[in-house]
Write a protein that binds this ligand. Sequence first.
Ligand SMILES: Cc1ncc(COP(=O)(O)O)c(C=O)c1O
Length: 437
Amino acid sequence: MADLLPNMELFPMSSRVNDKEHLEVGGCDVVDLVESYGTPLYIYDEFTLRNMCSQFKNSFTSRYKNTEVLYASKAFINKAIAQIVSDEGLGLDVVSGGELFVAIDAGVDVEKIYFHGNNKSPDELEFAVRNKIGTIVVDNFYELTKLDEIAHGQGVMQDILIRLSPGIDPHTHEKTTTGILDSKFGFSIETGDALRAIKLSDSLSNLSLEGVHFHLGSPIFELEPYELGIKTVLSFTSANNIELNVFSPGGGFAIGYVQDGLPPSVDSYAEIITETLISTCSNLGIKPPKLVIEPGRSIIGRSGVAVYTVGAIKDIPSIRKYVSVDGGMGDNVRPAMYDARYSAVVANRMADDPEEIVSLAGKYCESGDILIKDINLPILETGDIIAIPASGAYSPSMASSYNLNPRPPMVIVSEGNDRLIRRREEYQDYLIFDSIK
Ligand SMILES: Cc1ncc(COP(=O)(O)O)c(C=O)c1O
């Protein structure tokens, strides 16, 4: 029956169609999971998550031994996920005090945590230094002097990387491009800020500059931007006699959301990055530094499936048929925010052929709340279960309780077992934060 699953490479690796013609993930029938947990529901396949961690580790370390792989936790973090990626030997990249707090609480080795962000508050920096976070990736002059002051106050020598903005366009959505000149992130090489920041950091008594970082954007479907980025940054450091113990070209590795947009393999990314690093270091006469990469989406995206139930159906003849589901932009803002494309299947009728083009709409009070604008699916009925693959990254982490719709629960599935890793939000939760005089 496995051949009944279209777009296999978009779904978790353990997915198949079972004898009931239902979608199955991690040995669990999605229809049964819906009966247990309701919808909307996010299902994570543990096998895929662990497999992606080891793919990244193996692909990179087999080519460049001195590589550290960090999971970019902004893609999605909670305690269960932090523990799985740590168990797989990955470090963690965090971008806020909140992500850091969860990582620490989950027992992640603080030495393997890198703290990013373009406007870390003094409180966040103080929290990080107090908890002996391995590396802080400094993004701007304000942070550089503030962090030195905090480290000095705590009598700590803090390891840092400087985030550079290399002025390279990775050809992704403008809202997810970070490495170009016109970006809020990092010290620009072009304007001279990068060199000024490195010189300043050398003069600060409680910061130890270990190397440089850049992140071009996400998702990056091309390999050339990495090559260009690495050459540009290493040429800059070499020309200015900046010694590097650590070199981090960030994350941004793409995943497949739709069949006509499949990404390069992990091996291809590993090959271009390590090959460029090795050859550029050799050409410039630089000692090869430790390589730190930060995949987020590509670690967790494919393991996640979003599941919804069809409710209202509105047909506007010759115009459009809107099929509304019980989630939407509150649990996945990516289509509304980035025009992100997705595909979908009918999880309770996997053998049925696609028959009509519809738009899958969310239930939020916004016209822009459309999950998939045009998709060819079997004739849908109220009660059908829709599964959207490649939903593990950024959708749950960007989820909101807009319209006070409860955020969905998350379950991890593995070898026929399911485990709740986050409960559904309840109406009562909305009262917890409010106070009335
Ligand atoms: C500094 C940094 N590293 C890593 C990532 C992870 O990117 P991705 O999830 O595309 O791998 C991001 C995301 O934007 C980032 O800003």
